[in-house]
Design a binder for this molecule. Sequence first.
Ligand code: HEC
Length: 126
Amino acid sequence: MPGKSILLLLGLFVVAVACFKTGDEIDDSACIEELQSRQVTWVGDVLPVIQVSCQNCHGSTPQAPATQNLTVAATVQAYFNPANDTNGPGLMARLTTNNKRMPPDGGLGPCDVEKFRKWQSDGFLP
Ligand code: HEC
């Protein structure tokens, strides 16, 4: 009975998608747990995220209307202070809310956000 096979296939598909999602969540929590076990650094953790997710617009020639080259640690550090973000809510709010969200097309995953947060709490290590 073809109807049944289609239902079965659909069921398998739903289960497979559910498993992938759980896999991602496990990856995120394992990644965050690993960060908690050590200190986060600019070169080892934050810069690689910026190179993948921010540098296209915030490289050495920032793409207007972006103004900042965020491949420089001191520049990124300054934006943790919302007072320095004259057109927005500050770096962490840009990464975690829809207020001028960065990157504009959807934002970073939880572990990448945690790298920024813990870079600050560990003392902005190089
Ligand atoms: C597709 C291009 C694009 C990407 C990718 C992008 N940004 Fe932006 N960003 C902009 C634009 C345009 C502005 C100016 C408008 C505004 O203030 O929101 C901006 C502004 C900013 C500002 C304020 C300083 C400035 O340059 O004007 C910060 C801080 C910022 N982005 C952080 C980030 C971070 C961190 C990432 C990566 C996680 C990122 N952005 C990725 C386009 C981008």
